[in-house]
Design a protein around this ligand. Sequence first.
Ligand code: GDP
Ligand code: MG
Length: 437
Amino acid sequence: NLSERLERSFKLLKGQGKITEINVAETLKDVRRALLDADVNYKVAKQFTDTVKTKALGRDVLNAVKPNEMMVKIVHDELTELMGGETAQINVQGQPAVILMSGLQGSGKTTFSGKLARKLKSEKAKRPLLVACDVYRPAAIDQLKVLGEQIEVPVYTEEGNRNPVEIASNAIQYARQNHFDLVIVDTAGRLAVDEEMMDEIEAIKKAVKPQETLFVVDAMTGQDAVNTAKEFNDRLDFDGVVLTKLDGDTRGGAALSIRTVVTKPIKFVGTGEKLDALDYFHPARMADRILGMGDIVSLVEKAQKAIDEKEARELQKKIAKNQFNLEDFMAQIQQIKKMGNIKDLASMIPGVGKMIKDIDIDDNAFKGVEAIISSMTRYERQHPEIINGSRRQRIAKGSGTTVQEVNRLLKQFDDTRKMMKAATSMKNPMKMMRQMR
Ligand code: GDP
Ligand code: MG
């Protein structure tokens, strides 16, 4: 599946300190193949990988983050951007506001009409009226009536009238007279796009002048969804897309390509048959879903957040002046601990989660280190070079550790200090940190 494929692609970059033209090309080829497997339109997949490549090559890899993690973040941000960035709003201004459904039969128009009425009634205190315009199947009218009863929203019908344009127009008249401020017009669909259906929905649109014409599409139809969306958009110039049946393990590929091909926002996602299974569309969440990269994006973000900018800047100054001492070292350990349980963090890395499930990682990995540093005097912490043999013995005793452990810590600290000094004299870590955001 897509997430496993991407996981594999990103592994290619693991352990390499730099994003190069060569390893990006390799990875992006795999990303593109994975997107195609998920029914993302070919052109969309290509455009996407081209953009990501440009962005990845344009940036330095920062020392604190692995190239593959950085790659995940870039891919994630780009996916989010491509799907609209922000959550799109629905326009319900009007007396009454009119929302018109369009889409193929079975896409979920009738169900969505009920869900939307319920949502806007409770969230925006609207007084909705549902209108049954599927005059071809009596069962469709009954279906809407049943939904209406469940959510206590009246359903406008004209049994015997075979003209949906007339019914819709009359319904608006009725809504005005009876103080409904929202009219949701459910329409008929066919199994495939045909002229008659298109003429009909176009005529309804002309007659009722909706605030929103929504195109409802089954997310499970994959590549076909793009073609259908294009044909409906060419005729109706709709305002937004509703992606239904995103429950189960439906791939999010359709969201990506529909959005790119018709450049209309996805506004809602249906996630089940029940009437409360409706959500606003969140591009970033959908990117998570399409990538399926565990929570690696939040891992990177969490790591970034935990390292306070100001503290980091001060630390950098100290390192540059070679004043980084054991107190700072202790503060660094606190920072790492602030990021959360080590096992939790590690399990967010794709692939690692499964591996470490049964292994016991000591959450108190830093406990000994903290004990040792706590047993030092303030002066010793600030001037580690004075810690001689007898001081080491005293510290070991005080912390309940051994001299060997104290030695190891001091050596570790010394190595860290050297490494940090080398890193800062080369690059500006704060600048790189900001570029990651
Ligand atoms: P319409 O022909 O476009 O009006 O489609 P319907 O609203 O009648 O829905 C067709 C079928 O899809 C019904 O069985 C619905 O229960 C089901 N359905 C609609 N939306 C969703 C959804 O978000 N998830 C799932 N699992 N089923 C849905
Ligand atoms: Mg229907």
